[in-house]
Structure formats: C-alpha cells, structure tokens
Design a protein around this ligand. Structure first.
Ligand code: HEM
Length: 453
C-alpha cells in the first residue's frame, strides 16, 4: 500500500500530552480509559516516542482483533511477557505452533462429558466450606469471602484437572498465587524497580512464593510418574503426549508451565467472579430473592447436579451479569505484526492493542443503564439484540478461554449450593473498592457476614 492511501491514525494522546495522565494510568487504568472514551470515542491512540498503543472499545474492532484477523496479533505484550515470568510458555502466554499443538492436546480435558462430572468435585468442596461457614455463622464472625472463594476454586481445579487433593494446602497455595500475581502488577506499574535477582524483601517474597508453587507442581508430576497410574485427567494427557514428528514426550518444564497456567488461570478468575457475585447479590436483594426462589423450586433442598443447571436459568444469568460488571480478566492485550485497518483507522506493526472486557461491558451504546445489575439482560430476547463482541468475559476467536464452560458450570453449582444454606450480607460500614490487578479484586478482601437459612 502506498503511504498516502493509508487510513488515518485514531485520535488520542501523544508524547507530552500523556504526562499529566501517567499517575492515573498506573493507579486507576479503568477510570482513565472510561474518561478517554468521552473525549475521543471508541478507538484511542497513544504514542510515546516509537511506542504506539491503541485502545479499541467497539465490538466490531474487538472482533477484528480477536477473530477476523486474529493471525495478525500475537501475545508478545508487556502483560503476557510479565505473566510468562511465572507461567513460562503455557497455553495462556504461548503463540504460534506451540500454542496450537498444546491447545489441541488440552481440549479433551474440557470435554462435555468431563464437565458433566464436575458436580462430583464441586459439591464435596462446597460442603467443606459450608461446614466452616456454619461455625462463623454461629459466632456472628465476619468471613473474607474473597479468600474463601479462592480456596474453594483452587481445590476444585486441582481435583478436576490433576486429581489432587488440595484441601489442606489450598490456603497456602492461594496466598502464594496472590503474591506472584501482585508482583507482576507491581512491576508493570513500577517499571524502573530493581531486577528480580536483587534480594529485596519483595523479591525474596516473590521467589519464595514461586518456589512453593513449583515444589507442589514438580511433586505432583513426580508422584504420578512413580505410581505409573494411567489417568485421563489433564496431567495424564500432558504426561502421555508424544510429539507427532519426533515421538518425544513433553519436557518437564513444559508440563510444569501448562500445569501452573491452568492452576492459576483456572482458580483466581472464577474466585474473583464469585466474590463479586456475592457482593452484587448482597447489594441487590430483589435479585437475590428471585435467584433463591428459582433454586428452591428446581432443587427443593437437594444438592444441585450438573444436569440441573439447564433449569437454573436465572442463576446462570446472575453469573453472566456478574461477569459483565466485574469481568475478572479486565484487560486483553495483543501486538500487531502487520499493518491493519480497524474501524477506518490505521494500525501499524508493533502497535500494542488494548481491549478491555470491563469497558466494553459498560459501553452505553450497547448496554442500557450499564452500571445497573440486571441479570434479565441475559434472557434470549435481550441477548439477540447485542453484537456478540459487546460481551467478552472469556475473550473470543481462537484464543477464547479454554475453561469457559468449566467456569460457568462450577460457578453456577457453587452459587446454587451456597444459596441453599446461607445468605451473605455486607457489614454496614463496608466500603468496597475495586483493584484492577491481574484480575479485578475487592481492595483488602471482601468481609461479609453469613446467616444460616
Ligand atoms: C470466570 C472465569 C474465567 C474468566 C473470566 C476467564 C477469562 C479468560 C480470557 C478473557 C481469556 C482470553 C485471554 C486473551 O485472549 O488474551 C482466557 C484464556 C484462558 N483461560 Fe480463562 N477464564 C476463566 C476461567 C478459566 C478456567 C476455569 C480455566 C482452566 C481451568 C482457564 C484457563 C484459560 C487458559 C489456559 C487460557 C488460554 C487459552 C488459549 O489461549 O488457548 N480459564 N480466559
């Protein structure tokens, strides 16, 4: 293409114009983006020296990046490069042929048949939680719902994908997960900090947490190898996989990378969404009443089974709507490899593409009263009126979240089972603030009171 026929760059901020915003960009990136939309519209360009970034907040533009021209966009971005200091080249951070091979390999562990059996794993884990909560309810003690959800979802993913019982070690492992993830966010926000090999207290804490996670994973692999157990779970798949051309097994490091990716991506996200779900239900008593009524009508007091989820329709919408308002993965980034045109604007190679489920889920052109918690938006009549890419809690296109149905099944079972036994309330003085870390988290946790029903 001749330069003069290129479409224009999108409107936005250049060089010194960015300076006054740096602090807010670091501290509160989401409110910064939302404000920019008012000034510049759905596509905003940032330029600092040779670095270019483009935030796209329109379903058509998002579809172009994630689906229609997805081959032009890689995960070679600061977000994924930082994450890969923990997860290596696991499925979430890899690209190209490695990603393609691993995705094909791992997909069967999320088959419909395996998800149908998820209730057998979720319910015992929830029952352990209910027992703990009973004591808290009797003592009128506050519970940190955030860490309770983390512990629960880690137990579930450990058992479902790797057949390991993490009920005793879950709290330790979730703390280690949060430490390593918080460190990534810290590094992105403070790019001129000391490198990881300097023995600062922060670095020492990071390395200790990563060693805890690594030790758990390498033990898990070693034990399975020793037992010679054949299993069709994810670990079984990874251990028995052979390269089609060389016949070689997967390296120990690659297996470790896939396992740590799935353990982290598979629990922190679901936990974040469930935590916000309890918050929203406490704030919206009418939604809570309607969800409770549905659960009572479909299940009476018996525990839910995966099969029941098709009848727990409203409960499903409650979770969908929670993912709209508080999408755990609030940021999706890509790097352009070739020139592209998006919504009439020019995108050069090397441009960082920023997509945000959070901002598109609150875009007033596609969502009426976007700040309101209204699960009814997910009824089929309403859904049909929206562009598909206005709702992207799990991303889209070939890199769509591999665990999306796993997460939806697990979360609905958890909501239904807990709601049969407890109602959760926010303490009167509570002022809940959101932190946009690797996922969206309530600042300082989510203390709640639980009442037995
Ligand atoms: C509510 C829960 C979840 C949310 C909101 C979520 C969100 C996402 C999003 C937005 C992506 C795409 C990222 C991108 O395109 O850059 C993704 C990818 C991924 N997710 Fe999830 N996820 C959830 C649950 C899970 C679970 C339960 C697992 C595994 C057990 C999982 C494993 C992964 C993996 C491995 C990828 C990379 C897939 C690929 O690139 O092929 N996620 N997730």
């Amino acid at each position: 293409m001749d330069e003069s026929s290129f479409p224009p760059y999108p409107p936005g901020l250049k060089g010194h114009q960015l300076l006054p915003h740096l602090r807010e960009m670091q501290r509160n990136p989401l409110s910064f983006l939302m404000r920019l939309q008012e000034s510049f519209g759905d596509v905003v360009f940032f330029e600092a020296g040779k670095r270019r970034a483009c935030w796209i907040n329109h379903p058509e533009g998002i579809k172009r990046v994630l689906q229609d021209n997805s081959g032009n966009y890689t995960k070679d971005t600061i977000q994924y490069n930082m994450l890969s200091t923990i997860t290596g080249k696991g499925l979430l951070t890899s690209d190209g042929p490695l990603w393609f091979r691993q995705r094909r390999l791992e997909q069967p562990a999320f088959s419909r048949q395996r998800l149908a059996a998820l209730d057998q794993i979720v319910l015992p884990a929830v029952d352990r939680l209910l027992e703990r909560w009973q004591t808290a309810a009797q003592n009128s003690a506050l519970l940190d719902v955030d860490s309770e959800m983390m512990r629960l979802t880690l137990e579930v993913v450990g058992k479902a994908l790797f057949s390991i019982d993490l009920s005793d070690s879950a709290s330790r492992l979730t703390a280690a997960t949060l430490t390593v993830l918080d460190d990534i966010v810290h590094r992105v926000r403070h790019p001129i900090g000391l490198p990881r090999f300097f023995p600062t207290p922060r670095n020492l804490k990071f390395h200790a947490a990563l060693s805890t996670l690594d030790a758990t994973i390498y033990n898990l692999i070693a034990e399975r190898r020793q037992n010679h157990q054949r299993s069709e779970d994810m670990l079984g798949i990874l251990l028995t996989a052979r390269d089609e051309e060389t016949g070689q097994p997967m390296s120990e490091k690659q297996i470790r990378d896939e396992v740590i990716t799935l353990l982290i991506a598979g629990h922190e996200t679901v936990a974040s969404a469930l935590t916000w779900g309890w918050y929203l239900l406490a704030e919206n008593p009418l939604v809570w009443e309607r969800m409770r009524a549905e659960i009572a009508q479909v299940l009476n007091r018996r525990p839910p089974k995966t099969d029941d989820l098709q009848d727990l329709v409203y409960t499903g919408w409650v979770f969908d709507e929670t993912l709209r308002l508080y999408p755990p993965a609030w940021l999706i980034t890509r790097k352009a490899t070739q020139t592209d045109e998006i919504l009439g604007y020019r995108v050069d190679p090397e441009t960082l593409i920023i997509l945000s489920p959070y901002t598109i889920h609150r875009h007033p052109k596609f969502w009426e009263e976007p700040g309101r918690f209204a699960p009814i938006r997910f009824s089929p009549g309403h859904e049909a009126k929206r562009p598909r890419y206005a709702y992207i809690p799990f991303g889209g296109g070939p890199r769509l979240c591999i665990g999306n149905n796993f997460a939806l099944t697990e979360a609905r079972l958890v909501l239904a089972r807990i709601a049969q036994h407890f109602r959760l309330f926010l303490p009167e003085s509570a002022e809940i603030k959101m932190d946009a870390l690797v996922t969206l988290r309530p600042h300082g946790g989510l203390p709640m009171r639980v009442d037995s029903l």
